[in-house]
Write a protein that binds this ligand. Structure first.
Ligand SMILES: [Fe+2]
Ligand SMILES: [Fe+2]
Length: 381
C-alpha cells in the first residue's frame, strides 16, 4: 500500500470535513473538495475494497497504523465520537457515497444509514457484526499431512469419549508444527484451513496451539517451554467437551442458563487435565485461566492478588485472534486489519499489552516483511 497516497487521501478527507463543519454539506466549497477525495481513493483501491480501521487515535490500513498527523487526529477524534470502528470503501464508491460518509462522520446521519443508503460504503462500530466487504482469509498450511490431521482428530475424539489423552501423539504433532515453522518461516501459513473439518473446537484448538508457538518463537522461547506453550494452546478449550454440544455449537445468543454452563469449561478442562498423565503445568493453567482476562475481570473469578501464568496470557491472545478471525456466530470472518485494530483496543484491559504488541508485530512482520508496526507509543498516547 502506497503510504504517500494514503496520507494524501487522509489529508484531503480531513480538509473536506473541516470545510463541511465550517460551512454546510451542500456548500460549493465542499463540492470542490469531494472529487479530490474520490480520485485519491482510486489508485489505492484498484478495483478492490479498502478498509480504514479506527483504533483509538490510530488509523490502520491492512493491519498497519498510518503516521499520526493533525489530519489523521481530526478523523480519529470525529470517528471516535460517532463510535465508528471501521470504514470500508467498496469498488464503485463515488461522490454521493462520500457525501453520505461525511454526514455520518459529522453525526448528521446514523452509522446504519451507510448500509441502507449506499451499496459501496460500509461503516461500523468495531463490534458491528454486519460486514459484507470482501475479506481475504489468512492463508492455509498445506504441509500438514492428512495423516497428522487424522491423528489429531482421533485424539480429540478420545477426549470426547472421556478416554485417556494420548500425549505422545500431541508431542509429535507439536514437534511437526515447530519444524514446519522453521521451514516456512511464516506462521500465517500454519493455520489450519477451515474447510478441512467442520469441527470448530478442533480447528480452533489447533490454530491456538500454532499461534502460541509463533508468539513463543518471537520471544525467543525454545525447547520444552515452547512445546508446552503449543500443548497449552491446543488443550485450552478441552473443557468444552464436557459442556452440552448444543450449547457449544449454538449459532445464536446463549440464554443465561446456557451461558452459566459455558462458563464452566475452564474449570472442567483444568480438572480433566489434572487427572491425565504428562500434561504440562502451562496447559493446566491455560485451560483454567484463558478467560480470566489480563485485568482479572473475566471468569472463573480470580481471588485477590491472583497472578496469571505467562502461557495463559499468551493463550488468551491467540484465542482472541482466532475467534475474531473466524467469528463463526456472525459468519463474517474479519481480515488481519480489522482483527489487529480490535486487538489494540483490548490491549491493557482484556489482553496483556506487551504480549499483544509482540503478537501483532510478529504476524504483521512475517506477513508483510521487516519492521515493527505497533509500539507502546502508539498505544499510550
Ligand atoms: Fe475457552
Ligand atoms: Fe478458545
Amino acid at each position: 500500500m502506497n503510504s504517500e497516497l494514503l496520507e494524501a487521501l487522509i489529508r484531503d478527507f480531513s480538509n473536506t470535513i473541516a470545510t463541511l463543519q465550517l460551512y454546510d454539506p451542500d456548500h460549493p466549497r465542499v463540492d470542490l473538495l469531494i472529487p479530490k477525495v474520490v480520485e485519491g481513493l482510486r489508485p489505492l483501491m484498484l478495483g478492490e475494497a479498502l478498509t480504514l480501521v479506527i483504533a483509538k487515535d490510530l488509523i490502520l490500513v491492512q493491519g498497519k497504523p498510518l503516521a499520526k498527523t493533525p489530519h489523521s487526529q481530526r478523523l480519529t477524534t470525529l470517528c471516535g465520537r460517532q463510535g465508528i470502528g471501521f470504514v470500508s470503501f467498496l469498488p464503485g464508491f463515488a461522490a454521493a457515497d462520500l457525501r453520505l460518509l461525511l454526514r455520518i462522520i459529522c453525526g448528521l446521519e446514523s452509522l446504519e444509514s451507510a448500509t441502507t443508503g449506499s451499496l459501496y460504503l460500509r461503516v461500523g462500530g468495531i463490534d458491528t457484526p454486519v460486514d459484507e466487504s470482501p475479506c481475504h482469509e489468512i492463508d492455509s498450511f498445506e504441509d500438514l499431512s492428512e495423516e497428522e490431521l487424522k491423528g489429531l482428530v482421533d485424539m480429540y475424539d478420545a477426549v470426547g469419549e472421556k478416554a485417556q489423552l494420548d500425549t505422545r501423539q500431541l508431542t509429535a504433532i507439536i514437534a511437526s508444527f515447530v519444524a514446519a515453522f522453521r521451514r516456512e518461516a511464516n506462521p500465517l501459513f500454519a493455520l489450519v484451513p477451515l474447510r478441512m473439518t467442520d469441527e470448530y473446537t478442533f480447528t480452533h484448538s489447533v490454530d491456538v496451539g500454532i499461534l502460541n508457538i509463533a508468539q513463543g518463537m518471537a520471544l525467543g522461547i525454545e525447547g520444552q517451554q515452547l512445546h508446552d506453550l503449543g500443548v497449552a494452546g491446543m488443550l485450552h478449550d478441552v473443557g468444552k467437551i464436557f459442556v452440552d454440544k448444543e450449547i457449544t455449537t449454538k449459532p445464536g445468543k446463549l440464554t443465561d442458563a446456557e451461558w452459566q454452563a459455558m462458563r464452566q469449561h475452564p474449570s472442567r478442562g483444568a480438572q480433566y487435565l489434572l487427572n491425565q498423565e504428562g500434561i504440562p503445568r502451562a496447559a493446566i493453567c491455560s485451560a483454567y485461566e484463558h478467560h480470566m482476562r489480563y485485568d482479572l475481570q473475566g471468569y472463573p473469578e480470580a481471588p485477590e492478588g491472583w497472578e496469571l501464568n505467562l502461557a495463559s496470557q499468551m493463550t488468551m491472545i491467540s484465542d482472541t485472534f482466532d475467534a475474531l478471525r473466524t467469528r463463526r456466530i456472525y459468519k463474517d470472518p474479519w481480515d488481519f486489519a480489522k482483527v489487529s485494530g480490535h486487538m489494540l483496543t483490548l490491549a491493557g484491559s482484556q489482553l496483556n499489552p506487551d504480549l499483544t504488541l509482540n503478537f501483532l508485530n510478529t504476524l504483521a512482520r512475517l506477513g508483510e516483511g521487516e519492521g515493527n508496526y505497533f509500539s507502546l507509543d502508539n498505544l499510550s498516547t
